[in-house]
Design a protein around this ligand. Structure first.
Ligand code: GDP
Ligand code: MG
Length: 163
């Protein structure tokens, strides 16, 4: 039995960096510019002995006839609906934003299972942001660093019983 893990969250929190780490290839484009991921990307994820399908959800791409929020919502909802587990990534350095709260509300209503990951938690810079992430009411946030590979053991421990 395998499962599908969707990585969701607002732009620039490190979703694609985490996707690349789980897939082990530079499949998703990582960039400092928000909105670089243009659509949903799927890959074969692995973490320890776990094998799963991982979806890197889109950031935002503005269309003239489209609101930013509408596009974010539709893309997120598609990833959420396809997934058994949603990994909701927030930026521990920046703290929780209104957009994070917006996503949290969608996930609360729609996701089968949510794991909150406070990314960019390497060093001490992310401590306050990780604490703030508790207030999203989606469970205890994992402190991870997608870029430095920290917290992957905790992610494994949370995913393993759900596999
Ligand atoms: P996405 O828009 O959510 O897919 O975010 P990206 O994966 O494209 O990353 C956005 C920016 O955050 C890039 O500059 C990354 O290098 C940076 N980033 C990603 N993960 C980490 C991390 O764990 N720590 C730090 N400090 N920066 C990170
Ligand atoms: Mg991305």
């Amino acid at each position: 039995m395998t499962f599908t893990l969707a990585i969701v969250g607002r732009p620039n929190v490190g979703k694609s960096t985490l996707f690349n780490r789980l897939v082990g290839k530079k499949l998703a484009l990582v960039d400092d510019q928000p909105g670089v991921t243009r659509d949903l990307r799927e890959g074969a994820g692995r973490l320890g002995d776990l094998r799963f399908i991982v979806i890197d959800s889109a950031g935002l791409e503005m269309a003239e006839d489209d609101s930013l929020q509408g596009r974010m919502r539709r893309l997120t909802e598609r990833a959420v609906d396809e997934a058994d587990i949603c990994l909701f990534v927030v930026d521990a350095r920046l703290g929780i934003t209104a957009a994070d709260e917006y996503f949290a509300e969608i996930l609360r209503r729609r996701a089968k299972h949510v794991i909150v990951a406070a990314n960019k938690s390497e060093g001490r810079a992310g401590e306050a942001g990780a604490m703030e992430a508790y207030a999203l009411g989606l469970g205890e946030p994992l402190r991870i660093s997608a870029e430095h590979g920290e917290g992957m053991d905790d992610l494994y421990r949370v995913l393993m019983p759900l596999a």
